[in-house]
Design a protein around this ligand. Structure first.
Ligand code: NAI
Ligand code: AKG
Length: 530
């Protein structure tokens, strides 16, 4: 059955066409995002949800979205999505990080001009027939210093445009490299220096615990008299009442505000201040940007729902459409290795080490590790997947490490998973054969070559004659058909294991009969999703 996507915000209808062309059923209900109750009622029917900023994807909505696999944000900021809740439920959250950057940067530049020349107020006054030529004395921006807070995609575009406008640009961004600053022709500075030097300040960071209220009374006090502040990033970066106070005192000469603490902003003290230019979160609102983000989000979501490709996900490593088919058997292998250890380990896991040898070291390690972790904790948390597993493993305080190395053995590549509990270290290794099927190649350091089936039995025993007989006779007596039987030992008379691929789950009663033999140390039924 074709996957079903709901578009619950005002996306360009290009998205609808792309979903349909890619074989995804789509319901286009651009106003539904604002109707929380109705959305809650219908969300359970959908595999995908495509949104802009009006739909608030809360934990409550996520919990009602029992089939949901992917949330696609046609835009950049995902602060309207409860990402931890989505991750816990294994739902991928994607955005479109570049589609509206130019448009938003242009809005910030437009705001700089509008504030510098008081264009909206002058326009109103002129239309009112007042001809107040001397009231609207502006400032030139040529030669002025622009302080950018945040110099990522949008900040960099603003920087390039501002340099073209002959402004001097300084930027505060802890992740801006010195080389990138030189490339952009700007100066990387600390925040206080930016405050002390900038004639105009524009904000281009996400809203995080570090950036929330970054422009408050204390910051404003450090700024130049007559500074002009532009925010086209997120409400919450500026303490609005402190900005109002700065404008009242004359310390701040003007502000251009596209985003507000509370949106939709229908009442706000800033609306009553002179030389404040307000727009209703229009940063991304050009036909070009909206076409870009709609097209991109529909392509990304379809690629995931149809092909398993992951692009621009916030909570999951990327998997390209090209690598998805090649990676798939190794994802299965990683999951199966995790599932083996998860099922045989009974005490709390403290550490997990995943070794990628040979060709597997060249693969998408983040995706493989996520798959291994999903297999590992599935015996405890049934509906875990590659998205939720890393979160759940972290919540449980399990330390995960990855090692990648060149080919060392006879296989082109293999994956080895080692798990430590308080009193035991356990490892299992596997590879994918040319038939595309995963195989166990080592358990407890003992080499073997075991095909993996849905139902298996794993036994440990002291190496002694008669084990095959014990298992074969007991299972045969109870009608359990053995499809494949693998034995291994570390040395003659030493530790030995047996792995049996059986047609159906072996009951505890039958296993108890096996366990009753003194040669058998343990017998465990295993289930794999293969
Ligand atoms: N008004 C609108 O309609 C739109 C608003 N936006 C918003 O614009 C903002 C920027 O978007 P992009 O440039 O695409 O994001 P980005 O992720 O490319 O860049 C953000 C930059 O902020 C920096 N940063 C993070 N924490 C910081 C801190 N504490 N101090 C200084 N810098 C810090 C990061 O290092 C990064 O370089 C986002 O909040 C986004 O939601 C984006 C599109 C449209
Ligand atoms: O979709 C919109 O109009 C808002 C865009 C935005 O804020 C973003 O992409 O972060």
């Amino acid at each position: 059955m074709a996957p079903r996507v709901l578009v619950s915000d005002k996306l360009s209808e290009t998205a609808v066409q792309i979903f349909r062309d890619r074989g995804v059923d789509v319901d286009f209900m651009p106003d539904l995002g604002k109707d929380k109750d109705k959305l809650l009622e219908v969300i359970g029917d959908y595999d995908g949800l495509a949104i802009r900023s009006a739909t608030k994807v809360t934990e409550k909505l996520i919990n009602a979205a029992t089939k949901l696999k992917v949330i696609g944000r046609a835009g950049i900021g995902v602060d309207n999505v409860d990402i931890p809740a989505a991750s816990r439920r294994g739902i991928i959250v994607m955005n479109t990080p570049f589609g509206n950057s130019i448009t938003t940067a242009e809005h910030a530049i437009a705001m700089i001009f509008a504030v510098a020349r008081q264009i909206p107020e002058a326009d109103n006054s002129t239309r009112a027939g007042k001809w107040e030529k001397s009231k609207f004395m502006g400032v030139e921006i040529t030669g002025k210093t622009l302080g950018l807070i945040g110099c990522g995609n949008i900040g960099s575009i603003v920087a390039a445009r501002a340099v073209g406008l002959k402004m001097h640009v300084v930027a505060f961004d802890p992740f801006l490299s010195a080389e990138r600053a030189v490339e952009l022709g700007i100066e990387k500075v600390e925040l206080d220096e930016l405050f002390a030097r900038a004639d105009f300040i524009t904000l281009h960071t996400p809203l995080t615990d570090k950036t929330r209220n970054i422009i408050n009374a204390e910051a404003i006090a450090k700024m130049k008299d007559g500074v002009r502040i532009i925010n086209c990033a997120r409400g919450g970066l500026i303490v609005e009442e402190d900005l109002v106070e700065g404008l009242r005192s004359g310390k701040v000469a003007g502000a251009g505000i596209d985003v507000f603490e509370v949106e939709p902003a229908t009442k706000n003290e800033l609306f009553h201040m002179p030389n404040v230019v307000c727009t209703p979160h229009l940063g991304a609102s050009t036909s070009e940007a909206q076409e870009n983000v709609a097209l991109q989000v529909a392509e990304q979501m379809s690629d995931y729902l149809i092909k398993g490709a992951v692009t621009n996900a916030i909570n999951m490593p990327s998997i390209t459409a090209e690598e998805a088919p090649r990676l798939r058997p190794f994802v299965k292998l990683a999951e199966v290795l995790g599932a083996f250890v998860g099922q045989v380990t009974e005490s709390a896991i403290k550490e997990v080490e995943i070794l990628y040898d040979g060709s597997t070291a060249e693969m998408n390690g983040k995706a493989l590790t996520s798959a291994a972790l999903a297999g590992l904790i599935r015996p405890q948390v049934a509906d875990v997947n590659m998205v939720s597993a890393p979160v759940m493993v972290k919540e449980r305080g399990i330390v995960v490490s990855e090692i990648k190395r060149d080919k060392t053995g006879v296989f082109d590549g293999y994956i080895k998973l080692t798990v430590k509990t308080a009193n035991q270290t356990r490892s299992v290794a596997g590879t994918v054969f040319s038939d595309g099927k995963p195989r166990f190649i080592q358990i407890k350091g003992i080499n073997l070559d075991a095909e993996i089936g849905q139902h298996m039995v794993y036994t440990t025993n002291n190496d002694a004659p008669g084990i095959i007989g014990i298992l074969g006779t007991t299972f045969g007596k109870h009608g359990v058909n053995i499809a494949n039987f693998q034995l291994g030992r570390n040395r003659p008379g030493g530790d030995a294991i047996a792995l049996l691929y059986v047609d159906e789950r072996v009951s505890e009663e039958v296993l108890d009969q096996v366990r009753a033999f003194p040669e058998i140390l343990s017998a465990k039924p295993l289930v794999f999703d293969v």
